[in-house]
Ligand binder design. Sequence first.
Ligand SMILES: Nc1ncnc2c1ncn2[C@@H]1O[C@H](COP(=O)(O)OP(=O)(O)OP(=O)(O)O)[C@@H](O)[C@H]1O
Ligand SMILES: [Mg+2]
Length: 289
Amino acid sequence: MTMADVGASDPRRADPAPQGGEREVVISARGVTVAFGTQVVLKDLDLDIYRGEVLGFVGGSGTGKSVLMRTILGLTPKQAGTIEVLGQDLDKISDQAHRQIERRWGVLFQMGALFSSLTVKQNVQMPMREHLKLSPQLMDELALLKVELVGLPRTAADKYPSELSGGMVKRAALARALSLDPEILFLDEPTSGLDPIGAADFDDLIRKLRDTLGLTVYMVTHDLDSLYSICDRIAVLGEKRVLVAGTLDDMLNFDHPWVRSYFHGVRGGRLFKAVHAKASNESPAKGSD
Ligand SMILES: Nc1ncnc2c1ncn2[C@@H]1O[C@H](COP(=O)(O)OP(=O)(O)OP(=O)(O)O)[C@@H](O)[C@H]1O
Ligand SMILES: [Mg+2]
C-alpha cells in the first residue's frame, strides 16, 4: 500500500471513492481555511463524505475537529474555500434553502448535549418546534418514538438530564439529533466519558441506525474501538488539513509521525493485530499496483 492508494496523487482530491465505483458525495469541502484572529486552525482543507458511510474523524486535541464540524454546519465562518452539503453550496443559497438543509442533518455536539432545564421529551421536540408545525399530541408521539429508537425506556422521556446516567444523556442527545429524521448525522465525540461497554453499546446503536435509516454519519472520535468497529473510512486531521482519508488498513500503512503513533501506539497495537489477523484470513484478491 502506498500513499497513492489513499488519493495523495491528486492534491485537490482528499480521498478516493471507496471500493464499488462512484458514490454520491454528500459533503464536499474544498480549500477550507478557518482562522480566529491570527490563529489559523484549518488551511486549504479538502474532504469528501459519501452517502451511507460512517466516517470517523480523528486528530490530536485542539487540531480543529470540532471547528471543522461547526464550519460545515455554518456555525463558524471560514476565510476561504467552499463547502457543499447535499449538492448545495452553503454560501450561495438563501436563508430559506439553508433552513431546508438544516432539517436534513442532525447534530450531537461535544459540549452541552441537552438543555438541562428541559425534559428529554422537550429536548427532543426542540428541533420539531423550530422547523415543523405539528400538534402537541403528534409531537409527543414522535418524541416517544425517538426515545425508543435510541434504546431508552419511555419513562426517560419525562426526566431531566440531571436524572439520567451519562450513557442515557448521550442516547437522549442522539434522540434529539434524530428528531427530524435526518439524512446526515454529525456526532462530536459521542462516546467520550462512557465506559467501554457503554461505548460499545452506543457504537452498536449507531451502526443499527445507519443500517436501518440509511444515515450518513460524520463522527469525530478519539475512540479506537469505534474506529475499528463501525467506521467505514477514517479521516485524520493534522497540520491544519486532512492528512489522509481511507480505510483502517490505509491508516496503518500511512507514513506520518502522528498517524503512526496513534494507530501503532500502545492502544493502536491491538487494532493493528486485529486488522492483520482479519486480512490474513481473507483471500489475497486485492488489486495491486
Ligand atoms: N470560537 C473560537 N474562538 C477562538 N478560538 C477557537 C474557537 N473555537 C475553537 N478555537 C480554537 O481552535 C482550535 C481547535 O479547536 P477544536 O475545538 O476544533 O479542537 P478539537 O480538535 O475539536 O479538540 P478536542 O479533541 O480537544 O475536542 C483550538 O486552538 C481552539 O482554541
Ligand atoms: Mg472537539
